[in-house]
Structures are given as structure tokens and as C-alpha cells.
Write a protein that binds this ligand. Structure first.
Ligand SMILES: [Fe+2]
Length: 245
């Protein structure tokens, strides 16, 4: 499996406490069947700006080598939704913003506030600028899940959706659980990722959620969400689903 959303880098956000825990997280991920992690520290978050992309890249390389290359660790970010993202991505040397593994895919964290600037406008602006927005765990936002048509229209506008493994397993509450199953069952979800933060309370686990998806909707969908589609991201290719449209 390939995990495109994990807070793996110490000292940058609410991820691991130190370098040792980061390396331990890689061990948990590898034991769970993950071969590649895209480290996605928060960027442009009100608590964590994290625009030092050189530091993010260096930490990824150091953690990967400390695991004796048991897993690949690629640089990325989870960027808080705001109107500045498209221009920032177009000038990464200046903004420090990072796409996923250097690809055209960008992990966007929806605002917790329903009255934030329109997500639809941001999706549109990113697509026009040639970026592929991936919305992080939409199943966790009541203002998105209470209106499935809103999520459908975001996908129709070209946003891909990343569901968190913990939501599939019911660990993020009943509403997120139901929304995750709805989005996967209606084929509105494109990726499953761990959104892991540490070794204990939010570990980087995907295997159980993958098995739950395979059991309910079949192996092909489970494979696409955890391997095929994430591989297209790190190889900067269109999703196979996208090409088939
Ligand atoms: Fe996250």
C-alpha cells in the first residue's frame, strides 16, 4: 500500500514527538503493508505555517535512511484551504508550498469553518492552474457530509477525495463512519490514507480499513484506493478511473 497522508515529521506539527517516534511510525507502517509514505505536515494551518520546504525534504531523506530504506518517504504537505494556494504552488521556490511527492496532486485540508472561502472556488482555481486537488478526509466535516450533493458537485468539479482509514473503522465518530462508507460505496472516494500522527493514538495503519473495503465492495476497489490510485499520485499520472471517463 501507499499512504499519501501521514504526519510523519517531528517538530513541525501535531505529528510524532521526536525523530525516534517518526522512525518507529515507519516500522508500524511497513509491518502494516505500507511500502511508501508521503509525509504531509500541515502547511498554512493557523498553528503551523511550515513553509520551509527544504527542511521538510531533509527530514524525509533522514527518516527514510534511518529506516534502512524499509519504506520510501516522499515529501508532501496537507495545505489548509485558502485562496492563496494556486499562486503559491506556481511559485514554490518562494512560497515553500509542496504538492504530493512533487506531482501535480495537492492535498488540501478543508477549513473546519463552514463560512470559510468557498472550497468550490479553490477547486476550480487549482484545476485551471493545472493542479489536481485531493480533499483530505471530507467525511470528517459535518458541513460537507450533511449535503451529499455538495460533495458530488466538488468531485464533478474535479476534486478527488481522500478518506481516512480510521473513519472507515468507525474511530472518528458515527457521522464520519457513515459518510466514509457512503463516499466509498458511491465511488466518490479516490484514496484511502492513514492520516497517522504518532505510534499510539493515531498510528499510520491502513490494513484493517483496506480489508473492510475489500470485504464490502470487493478487492478491486480496495486495491485502487490503497495502491493503484496512490501510485498514480507518486508517479504523477492521471488516475486510471480518470482516464476511463
Ligand atoms: Fe492530516
Amino acid at each position: 500500500m501507499i499512504d499519501i497522508h501521514v504526519h510523519l515529521l517531528p517538530g513541525l506539527d501535531d505529528g510524532p514527538a521526536d525523530f525516534g517516534e517518526a522512525v518507529e511510525m515507519c516500522g508500524l507502517a511497513a509491518a502494516d503493508g505500507v511500502t511508501t509514505l508521503v509525509a504531509t505536515p500541515h502547511q498554512l494551518h493557523e498553528e503551523w505555517e511550515n513553509t520551509d520546504s527544504a527542511l521538510i525534504r531533509r527530514l524525509c531523506a533522514e527518516i527514510e535512511s534511518a529506516t534502512a530504506r524499509a519504506v520510501r518517504v516522499l515529501p508532501g504537505a496537507e495545505i489548509r484551504a485558502c485562496p492563496e494556494i494556486p499562486a503559491g504552488l506556481d511559485d514554490q521556490a518562494h512560497s515553500g508550498l509542496l504538492s504530493l511527492a512533487g506531482s501535480r496532486y495537492v492535498l488540501v485540508e478543508p477549513s473546519p469553518f463552514p463560512f470559510a472561502p468557498s472550497l468550490g472556488d479553490l477547486v476550480y482555481e487549482l484545476r485551471v492552474a493545472g493542479w489536481q486537488p485531493v480533499l483530505a478526509h471530507p467525511e470528517r466535516y459535518g458541513y460537507l457530509t450533511e449535503d451529499p450533493e455538495r460533495l458530488r458537485s466538488l468531485v464533478a468539479a474535479g476534486a478527488w477525495l481522500q478518506i481516512s482509514a480510521a473513519s472507515v473503522m468507525g474511530l472518528n465518530g458515527r457521522r464520519a463512519h457513515e459518510a466514509a462508507h457512503f463516499l466509498i460505496g458511491t465511488r466518490l472516494a479516490h484514496f484511502l490514507a492513514s492520516d497517522g500522527h504518532d505510534c499510539v493514538s493515531r498510528p499510520p495503519r491502513m490494513r484493517e480499513a483496506r480489508a473492510a473495503v475489500a470485504g464490502r465492495w470487493g478487492e478491486a476497489l480496495a486495491e485502487a484506493l490503497t495502491e493503484g490510485n496512490p501510485r498514480a499520485v507518486i508517479e504523477d499520472r492521471p488516475l486510471e478511473w480518470e482516464e476511463a471517463r
